[in-house]
Design a protein around this ligand. Structure first.
Ligand code: SIN
Length: 277
């Protein structure tokens, strides 16, 4: 197994392993260490059925039950699909993952990681961008760090302030998705001990104890600072990529910047996280 960093602060690519076959213990340990170190791993050259992906990702931890079951694969429902070929009920095309976010932060124990496996890619575009929220926290002015330490974000399925609209939850899924949860706006990573900003533009409805007139500009400032180019890694997908990233210290976003006559289709699975603290 070869592991090569992709930027100075985030992400590495992994060559020389085949996740469709049993993975030896030493490789499992190496992958888990690399994930803790780099935050994003692009494991190249995989050809996995959904069930093989499901088994392989458990190297990194147990599977999280995703919320919107309308995207579940019928024969392997823990795996959902990401596709540019779905539409909202009013006919507009639905591009999953556009706009900066972290996955399922409206859960009491949001997923620690998300994994995508490229099945069909457009010829150009459709990159996924990542923002390093640990560095974002560490490079904030001290006064801003002090201001947000101890604040709690109110996370819901769909923030009324977000311009990005999500597909509605089916009734069966709605029952098990909390109406609103509170999470610290600064969380400490359980493996590295480093603090990271934890916000989510599509799901944060407000900040506990702050008026919207104060909360919304603060969230905008944090987002602008966090997503500056110097804090990003931009993943250009290659056929066969399996990419795992750490939701506890990253924001990410998809790009709908490609020819929509072409299909972009990936498998997605998430891994169980802890209560953010
Ligand atoms: C997601 O936000 O989970 C999907 C990201 C992507 O499609 O690149």
């Amino acid at each position: 197994m070869d592991i090569t960093p992709l930027t100075a602060h985030l992400a590495a690519e992994v060559h020389g392993i085949d996740l469709s076959r049993p993975v030896p213990d030493a490789i499992r340990v190496g992958l888990a260490e690399a994930f803790a170190r780099y935050g994003v791993l692009a494991i190249r050259g995989q050809t996995l059925q959904a069930s093989q992906m499901l088994e392989a990702v458990q190297i990194f931890g147990p599977v999280f039950r995703q919320h919107n079951t309308r995207f579940a694969l019928p024969d392997c429902p823990e795996i959902h699909y990401i596709s540019n070929q779905d539409s909202f009920p009013d006919g507009r095309r639905y591009i999953p993952g556009e706009g900066w976010h972290t996955d399922h932060s409206n859960d009491t124990r949001p997923p620690k990681a998300t994994v995508l496996h490229a099945i069909t890619l457009p010829d150009h575009g459709g990159d996924t961008q990542f923002a390093n929220m640990t560095l974002a926290y560490e490079t904030l002015p001290a006064a801003t760090r002090e201001r947000i330490d101890g604040l709690f974000g109110i996370h819901v399925y769909q923030s009324s302030h977000s311009t990005r609209k999500l597909m509605n939850l089916p009734d069966t899924a709605r029952e098990r998705v909390p109406n609103a949860v509170l999470h610290p706006m600064v969380r400490t990573h359980p493996d590295t001990g480093r603090k990271a900003i934890y916000i989510n533009p599509i799901r944060i409805e407000g900040i506990l104890g702050l008026d919207h007139r104060e909360a919304l500009p603060l969230l905008d400032t944090l987002l602008e600072h966090s997503t500056q180019e110097a804090l990003q890694y931009r993943h250009r997908w290659l056929p066969g990529d399996l990419v795992i990233w750490d939701n506890r210290r990253l924001l990410h976003k998809a790009n709908g910047d490609y020819d929509m006559a072409q299909t972009r289709y990936l498998y997605r699975v998430m891994l169980q996280g802890d209560v953010p603290a």
